[in-house]
Design a protein around this ligand. Structure first.
Ligand code: GLN
Length: 494
């Protein structure tokens, strides 16, 4: 049994039974990082020193017979847009290359309460804008299943670390698919909870009405445990929901009898790779064999989702990113006066994709265009949400592909932003409607590339998603494995 391939629930039991120490576990992961990280490039910052110290503290607790919280001693990777006190947090941008937050995000406080061992800050597309992690200002990340391909994005570092044996689980953030899509490309489980389920306090904002933090894990059980660990109301986030969260692990029941599954025809339209369609349809068929009821449904406004998202997300981003002006945060590039300093800082330290989003956002928000673009997009967003409300009168969950294709080649789409945006077609609607959605592995294509099944649920009904995903995972019975990184074409780090 390879330690670095185990999910958190197996490792937790081993730690409790003293079959393994927290120090040994952390060392095993850093040994794996030493072997693979030059190839994968999953991290922006490694936290070796702190991780080692934290592991020793946990071992002392174990020695004293203290009860261990679930994530005690478990090596976790954190996307680099989540603020970590005294640890550099760059959002993979040059403009924050020297930013050391004076506080922890709420999710970090919660993970530290659980005695999780944080091993590093994971690479991402700059400010979470992108779907391939190629927009990181630092270096690319490679897909552990095929090193010539992207890991997806924007939480590509988090997904590659979990898939590649460099972390047991990770936190990512999802504005338009950034947890689910890289999870699908890397063959792991990614959950975007209901908007407001997990506090965004300390998450570097991209598009505040869409952003949500969530777990990336090796199996559905760990996703439920991680959601338990980090969710809940937070007075520091005004959009945080007051609803009391259930114990999500209670939903880990292998039973989908009479579950009503909707399959929206719009998600299987042109542009879906035939092998993706085949795997997703056969996954849905296996739910029918397990007693679920499958119905074809229609979500007629799906065709507008990309256009709506690429107005709303850049509009909010343009506003959120105004704060990086060389004054309060991050890097300053000098100029002869304040306006020139600001222009120099922003023009030299933001990357091309971030500038593109700021320009689109400010354009959509400017006088004369506001009504035609931004307001119109908000109205269509409501129509997209209403499609789901109607669908959920008839079905309990909706199943679709997570992404239209498996992981694409590095550099394949960087020259064509619009094509890159179209990769988000299956994931952005759940963000626009604020709904929970999970991606679970549902097989590989003929080249061995992982494919993800997306399950979308009613607001606040993560439990049904977890139950469906758990049932499917149990029925498949394929244990998580770290692929051999033997198809290296060169280092990823710079
Ligand atoms: N790929 C999408 C974008 O580029 C989603 C990003 C995200 O969810 N953070 O905006």
């Amino acid at each position: 049994m390879k330690i670095i391939e185990q999910p958190a629930h197996v490792l937790h039991d081993m730690l409790v039974k003293k079959e393994l120490s927290a120090k040994e576990l952390t060392d095993a992961f850093f040994a794996s990082i030493d072997k693979s990280e030059d190839t994968l490039g999953a991290f922006v910052t490694l936290m070796r020193g702190k991780a080692g110290k934290d592991a020793s503290i946990i071992d002392a607790k174990i020695a004293q017979g203290e009860e261990l919280p679930y994530f005690a001693g478990i090596p976790v990777a954190i996307k680099d847009n989540i603020c970590t006190k005294d640890v550099k947090t760059t959002a993979s941008s040059k403009i924050l290359e020297n930013f050391v937050p004076p506080y922890d995000a709420t999710v970090m406080t919660k993970l530290y309460d659980q005695n999780a061992v944080i091993i590093g800050k994971a690479n991402m597309d700059e400010f979470a804008m992108g779907g391939s992690t190629e927009h990181s200002a630092y270096h690319i990340t490679r897909n552990p299943h095929d090193l010539s391909r992207v890991p997806g994005g924007s939480s590509g570092g988090s997904a590659a670390a979990v898939a590649g044996g460099e972390a047991v689980c990770a936190l990512g953030s999802d504005t338009g698919g950034s947890i689910r899509q890289p999870s699908a490309y890397c063959g792991v489980v990614g959950l975007k909870p209901t908007y407001g389920r997990i506090s965004r306090y300390g998450l570097i904002a991209f598009a505040s009405s869409l952003d949500q933090i969530g777990p990336i894990t090796r199996d559905v059980t760990d996703a439920a445990y991680m959601l338990n660990a980090v969710c809940g109301h937070d007075k520091m986030d005004s959009t945080s929901l007051k609803e009391k969260a259930p114990d999500f692990t209670k939903a880990l029941v292998a039973d989908v009898k009479n579950l009503k599954i909707g399959v929206p025809k719009e998600y299987f339209a042109d542009g879906i790779d035939p092998q993706v369609e085949e795997k997703v349809r056969s996954a849905i068929k296996s739910f029918a064999e397990l007693g679920a009821k499958i119905t074809e449904i229609s979500l007629p406004h799906t065709k507008y989702a990309i256009a709506v998202y690429y107005i709303i997300a850049p509009a909010e981003a343009a506003t959120n990113l105004e704060r990086y002006d060389g004054v309060s945060y991050g890097v300053r590039v000098p100029g002869k006066d304040v306006p020139e300093m600001m222009i120099n800082t922003r023009s030299q330290k933001f990357g091309a994709e971030v500038k593109r989003r700021i320009m689109i956002g400010n354009y959509a928000l400017s006088a004369g265009y506001y009504d035609a673009y931004y307001l119109k997009a908000l109205k269509v967003r409501t129509l997209i949400s209403q499609d789901y409300v109607e669908a959920f009168n008839k079905v309990d969950v909706i199943m679709t592909p997570t992404a239209p294709t498996p992981a694409f080649k590095l550099n394949e789409l960087t020259g064509d932003p619009l094509k890159m945006y179209l990769q988000d077609i299956c994931t952005v609607p759940a963000n626009l409607a604020g709904l929970p959605a999970i991606s679970v592995p549902c097989g590989v294509n003929s080249q061995g590339l992982p494919i993800g099944l997306q399950i979308i649920g009613r607001a606040l009904d993560e439990e049904t998603l977890l139950r469906a995903a758990y049932t499917f995972e149990t029925a498949q019975g394929i244990p998580f494995a770290v692929p051999e990184l033997n198809n290296a074409e060169g280092g990823a780090s710079v």
